[in-house]
Write a protein that binds this ligand. Structure first.
Ligand SMILES: [Zn+2]
Length: 259
């Protein structure tokens, strides 16, 4: 079985970041706007310089990544978001305020998506061609709206271990719950969100163990990290350890056939 990746590379790794900041809950829970302590966990991203912290680490390892940006963050923090593009990374859409879209008509959802595209383009000079749906499920129209509006890829589904082409021609780059730092480290004890706070060793074990499998079978390991979680001082060390773990493996070679 030969590798499907360019230049005989053994597998793919996509570092992707969902730039939610305070909208992670506010999109669907407007009352969060009156919760200063919760909101400050979004402010943290901007005040503590989390985006440059992550970009510096990626630069050190010569890694390019994708950032799914809640459009209001591009409006409110255009310099920080523009910096992501200036340093060679991809930006993509992730809702206007991380809102639920399933109640919108096709026209309403299209209008919303184009508004997000415009806001990100205004901030960065780059017109996004990728999307990860925020705040819940996709609507029955989401994938067609993306294809009809010049998008090349989506990263909202979970349907394989590697990118696949949808019937409408859109490429799906599946994202995975086990590579979501929120599920491992976030502690937001309100609403119906179940709080958890596991050891960094648990994150390391999950992500590197997953990598072993993706590497073995020549698949695509994709992270779904959140700057306010993975950018914390301890967690960014974990990210660096994870990158260093991956770099120990030879880049090229044929994957082992599956069972
Ligand atoms: Zn998100």
């Amino acid at each position: 079985m030969s590798s499907v990746w360019p230049d005989g590379k053994r597998c793919a790794v996509c570092f992707t970041f969902d730039l939610d900041a305070e909208y992670v809950f506010m999109g669907n829970m407007p009352e969060v706007a009156d919760m200063p302590r919760v909101i400050s966990q979004g402010d943290y991203v901007w005040r503590a310089g989390i985006i440059p912290r992550i970009l510096d680490l990626l630069d050190e390892h010569r890694i390019k990544s994708t950032w799914f940006v809640v459009a209001m963050n591009a409006v409110n923090h255009h310099e920080e978001v523009a910096e992501i593009v200036k340093r060679g990374h991809d930006v993509a859409t992730h809702g206007w305020v991380h809102e639920k879209i399933t109640d919108l008509s096709k026209e309403g959802e299209t209008e919303r998506l184009l508004k997000c595209v415009q806001a990100i383009e205004d901030a960065t000079g780059y017109r996004p061609v990728g999307n990860r749906t925020a705040g819940g499920e996709l609507s029955p129209n989401t994938l067609d709206i993306l294809a009809e509006n010049g998008f090349i890829y989506d990263s909202s589904l979970r349907g394989s271990d590697t990118p696949y082409t949808l019937p409408n021609g859109l490429v799906e780059v599946p994202s995975y719950y086990e590579m979501d730092d929120f599920h491992i480290f976030a502690d937001y004890p309100f609403g119906n969100y179940k709080a958890r706070m596991l050891s960094p060793e648990t994150g390391y074990e999950i992500w590197t163990n997953a990598f072993d499998g993706y590497y073995r079978y020549g698949l695509c390991w994709t992270s779904m990290f959140h700057p306010q979680i993975i950018g914390k001082p301890g967690n960014i060390m974990l990210l660096e350890r994870t990158i260093n773990y991956m770099k120990r493996f030879p880049e090229s070679g044929s994957p082992t056939p599956g069972w």
